[in-house]
Design a protein around this ligand. Sequence first.
Ligand code: AMP
Ligand code: GLY
Length: 421
Amino acid sequence: MRVKVLVIGGGAREHALCRSLSLDPDVSSLHCAPGNAGIAEVAELHPVDIMDGAAVADLAVSLGADFVIVGPEAPLVAGVADAVRERGVDCFGPSREAAALEGSKAFAKDVMATAGVPTARSYVCITPEEVDAALDAFGAPYVVKDDGLAAGKGVVVTDDLAAARAHALACDRVVIEEFLDGPEVSLFAVTDGETVLPLQPAQDFKRALDADEGPNTGGMGAYSPLPWADPKLVEEVERTVLQPTVDELRRRGTPFAGLLYAGLAITSRGVRVIEFNARFGDPETQVVLARLRTPLAGLLRAAATGQLAAYPELRWSDGAAVTVVIASHNYPGTPRTGDPITGLDDVAEKDEHAYVLHAGTRTDDDGRIVSAGGRVLSVTATGSTLTKARDRAYRALGRIGLDGGHHRGDIAAKAAQAAQD
Ligand code: AMP
Ligand code: GLY
């Protein structure tokens, strides 16, 4: 069956989704709104306010789209997927109520408690007295999370009590929780609200600077697979985290159909959930989709239409993928935008196994591609080993110029070295 697909969003995640969809023979035409300068190469772009459910649904209907994929969390939490479905168009993305799993950390904690899902012990705090009591109860390092959506920047992890307290008091409602020690893993699962199909795990690099220094960001790079992880990890997380969470949301009458993203810490006492997201993660999607061989449109459509129970096993490349983010000057603070990006054609010409996915870019009045956001580009490469994929990603990245731009130099370095591949 050939489908006309509309993707909502305009970051590197949406570029990765559109790239995979453009390679899928079942996709007859591909549209993206609003998209970005890179997505324009594989999809037809349309302007839309992604937070306006009626406008997104109108666009889907006017295009005659068979299927809509909502990429970012903000429209999902605002109910944009519901608005599309109400107009009779299949949509990949959870309902407003189910997306609260990401939209409210307190809600996610409640679901996990009921479902028996392992996570950090936590307190939800509103008053300064509650904040002080919680900080005191857990001690350093302090973990303070804004309850609402904050684009990956609402979390402060610090040994500095004054900084922890200041962040807590700047938020209306915070979750203060136990510090989880151990490597982090991002595991995505495609679900129709009942059946859960985990994808391959990836690791993200959240801090801005090498060696995990500097402030938290939306994510500065990622790789997959994780050679150091227990081969049973995915099966364990499916059994102890993903399936119980999906079952609990269905039991509550608000089934979660879409992409369930579990951010996990592998602690000495076992796997713990750090957070849930209700959409594909960025930049992990870039590496997970680089390795997925199963055509994407059919998989996501089966999830959107409750047909995952009989879905064939997913197919993966045996190789590795690495992605490195180039961020603009001053990111994750207020980024400088409008800087020209050079070298993109060079990568397209010379790097057979690497490609650039655009995050915050646009074409200016002179036809130049310029930066338009904090995370600007994501350079992704594949290879038979992590070392090869990593070398290719950095070689391609070296051809790209962005005044004031910065990137991490150590994405996947430790894992590649440990795997000695
Ligand atoms: P979140 O937005 O919840 O993913 O948090 C952003 C980042 O903060 C995570 O990827 C972790 O690196 C860190 N973090 C969040 N919660 C904890 C925790 N309980 N213990 C240690 N680090 C955490
Ligand atoms: N990679 C982190 C996120 O997508 O939230």
